[in-house]
Design a protein around this ligand. Structure first.
Ligand code: AMP
Length: 401
């Protein structure tokens, strides 16, 4: 359990509360195309409003690289949040984030009112955790709440630096929920505990593989990273994505699994094509072969149907499942079958199902299985670092209980 003070441990009546949220939502033509992160932030905001806090929200959006970029303004978020909360969220449109608008709005606020600051990454110091901007943020508030799980793996001004200049720093409900779900799964799982990893490269997930292998009962590998494992087994993998430098690592992991008595499942069959689809959702011709029969001039782009069944069965017998990373090039409907099969199996199981953020979360939501999962993380990078067993600086910076 998270040993950090939360919004339940403080009295915010009449106090200015700076809340770091993760409002990093996808935008198209100024419209929010996925508002899950906004909805996930509501419980903490509503609690602070109900308790009579003066709520000052902040977040980053995209990568403006330290300068104002109108297309990455948080203005559309203020508008949508006002609708979701049923009360005005006043937008403080300062290009320097903490500027005259923000200061005046913070001074004029009444209990239960809400304002939103401009994109914190309009300031170059934000991602460097610089002292000056941290102090400016702190000067707006009496209390700091960090509810941005999606950036918890980064030490920036708005989630770490600011805590050095306020007396009280606590976590919000979303942060608490994320850490409770992921932490319980990894450190105290109801067994059998099945971890499913996919995505592009082995190199990106080395520590996740090693850490989860220690904690889980069955580790399932799919996606592009499976082919480095298959090559490590001595199979021909054709032109599939392979990390030649990591073949030794994959061998080590397979030996480790054996030694620990853990099951490590690799694809038994695979969907192949002559080349990577271009554009990614192009109509392509595919066939299915056993994993040890990939022709030298073909590329594996999804798990095959036998593998999908094998993985779905493993997921169905589990009591806890953690999933991060697609099973194939799911952006192409022809190559999304493996990812869909796994998502469906997770939707149908009674197990506690936890979806790491990023592509797997997007896939599950797009397929309409979102409400069938126990928890869908709002943070891809953060959940991966948590699954690696790393301490998240954004969480560490909050006051201990
Ligand atoms: P990641 O960001 O590591 O989770 O990887 C996600 C990406 O991996 C997606 O864009 C997929 O298209 C890609 N991917 C999944 N399977 C394969 C594969 N067999 N070959 C190449 N790329 C893949």
């Amino acid at each position: 359990m998270l040993n950090k003070k939360s919004v339940d441990d403080i009295n915010v009546k009449g106090k200015k509360v700076l809340v770091r949220c993760d409002f990093n939502v996808p935008l198209k033509d100024g419209k929010i195309t996925d508002e899950n992160r906004l909805v996930a932030a509501l419980p903490t905001i509503k609690k602070l409003i109900a308790d009579g806090g003066r709520v000052i929200l902040c977040s980053h959006l995209g990568k403006p690289k330290g300068e104002p970029k109108p297309e990455l303004s948080l203005a559309p978020v203020a508008k949508r949040l006002s609708e979701l909360l049923g009360q005005e969220v006043k937008f403080a449109a300062d290009p320097e984030v903490v500027g005259p608008n923000a200061r005046a709005a913070a001074e004029a606020m009444k209990d239960g009112e809400v304002i939103l600051l401009e994109n914190t990454r309009y300031r170059a110091e934000e991602t460097k955790n610089g002292e000056a901007f941290s102090k400016e943020l702190a000067s707006l508030c009496d209390v700091f709440v960090n509810d941005a799980f999606g950036t918890a793996h980064r030490a920036h001004c708005s989630n770490v630096g600011v805590t050095q200049f306020v007396d009280t720093s606590v976590v919000g409900y979303l942060m608490q929920k994320e850490i409770d779900f992921l932490g319980n799964a990894v450190d105290n799982p109801v067994r059998p505990f099945v971890a499913i990893l996919g995505g592009a490269k082995v190199a990106d997930k080395l520590n996740v593989i090693a850490n989860l292998l220690e904690k889980c009962d069955t580790l399932i590998i799919g996606g592009g990273m499976a082919y480095t494992f298959l090559k490590a087994k001595g199979y021909e993998v054709g032109t599939s994505l392979v990390d030649d430098e990591k073949i030794g690592y994959c061998k080590e992991m397979m030996e480790k699994a054996e030694k620990l008595g853990k099951k490590l499942l690799l694809p038994v069959d695979t969907t192949i094509a002559s080349a990577f689809p271009n554009p990614i959702d192009a109509q392509i011709e595919v066939s299915v072969v056993d994993s040890d029969k990939i022709p030298a001039d073909m590329m594996g782009l999804d798990i095959g149907p036998k593998t999908a069944e094998l993985y779905a069965d493993a997921a169905k017998t589990a009591k806890t499942v953690v999933w991060n990373g697609p099973m194939g090039v799911f952006e192409n409907p022809i190559l999304a079958k493996g990812t869909i099969a796994v998502a469906k199996a997770l939707a149908e199981t009674d197990a506690t199902t936890i979806i790491g953020g990023g592509d797997s979360a997007a896939a599950v939501n797009q397929l309409g299985f979102g409400d069938k999962m126990s928890h869908i993380s709002t943070g891809g990078g953060a959940s991966l670092e948590f699954l690696e067993g790393k301490e998240l600086p954004g969480v560490a910076a909050a006051n201990d209980k």
